[in-house]
Write a protein that binds this ligand. Sequence first.
Ligand SMILES: *Cc1c(COP(=O)(O)O)cnc(C)c1O
Length: 414
Amino acid sequence: MAIQHISQLRCVICGTMYPADNRYTCDKCGVTGILEVEYDYEKVAKTLTRHALAQRPWTHWRYEELLPVDFSLPLPALHIGYTPVYHAERLGEWVGVRDFSIKDDGRNPSASFKDRASSVGVMKATEYHAKTIAAASTGNAASSLACFAAAVGLPSVIFVPEKAPEPKIAQLLVFGATVIKVKGTYDAAYDFCMDACAKYGWYNRNCAINSYLVEGKKTCGLEIAEQFADMMPDWVCVSVGDGCTIAGVWKGVREMFHLGFIKKLPRMLGVQASGCKPVADAFHADKDVVPVDGVTRADSINCGTPRNWRKAVHALRESRGEIVAVSDAEIMEAMNKTARLSAVFGEPSGAASVAGVKRAIADGIIKKDESVCAVITGNGLKDVKAAIETAGTPINIPADLTALDEELKKRKVL
Ligand SMILES: *Cc1c(COP(=O)(O)O)cnc(C)c1O
């Protein structure tokens, strides 16, 4: 049972330590006292070796010792993690950096990065004998949870904001979740979900307060370290909503550094939408987050009240990183270019990382001769409307070769 590698949970605010049990936040600091899972790394290092990894399945469960999961329980059958990293030369030319790679996390079972957390979430729910698992989400955490609940046969109740894109709602419904569309934003859905979990005793998969779930997100960082090994990029870039993703990825690379798998740590580049950038503002002002009413097409990072900003800011500071804000126009252009120049189709919040790298280069944060890995956190089919908007229209003609000839010439295809 890998769970025995956990040493304790530690409050990110006051540092109080707790045993690794079924709790969400610090007793003293309340709901903002998010906990961090700490491991006995000496013990981990004994069995988590390159040699051992070579024999293990190519999913994120391969990092058994670094996951808060009871491996004596049955795992969901779906393939999670170990997503591909591609060297993207033409896209790199467009963003303006010498050595550019992308990691396609849209390749996960429900087509987003969130599957890393949900898979851990359903394992914890099973361990604690929960009858139902619940979450609030801008969309992806929801569709991911519904997917994994279906994988292990657990009922799920999902709270989404009224503006969640339809393809994500379709995923929820098809996986059999009970879907509650809440009037207002993600923040309204989040608070409502918390109340409902307290009332009905459901297992709460909300990443921001459930420290075990960030451990799932961490596996992206563990993989980046294993996949790049001696060629670690100077920068790793992800988009930032609540902040759990960037915090998770940072924790992953840091643990792999600590265990000796990599010799160099990357700097973290966070990306927010300029219509919703409370974490960027807090980082730059060196102040606490001030909630905003977010407005952006990148719905998955439209978190006006980011719940995990402390961990995100900590990751940025500790890695000597930066966080930039990009406009919706920049995000949409990056979505288009990423598909055309690297053949990876990301949703707006996924391609936002590419837009962020381009911006960071223009602003002189990243130098042209540095190496960068951007994580594409969600697949483009999650938001078909956005894709069509940035991609243009088809040529609409009868089956007539003369008409085809004319159109092709007009568009300079001939
Ligand atoms: C959730 C999400 C993010 C941001 O993750 P946070 O943990 O909220 O910062 C980025 N991209 C996609 C596609 C997401 O679904």
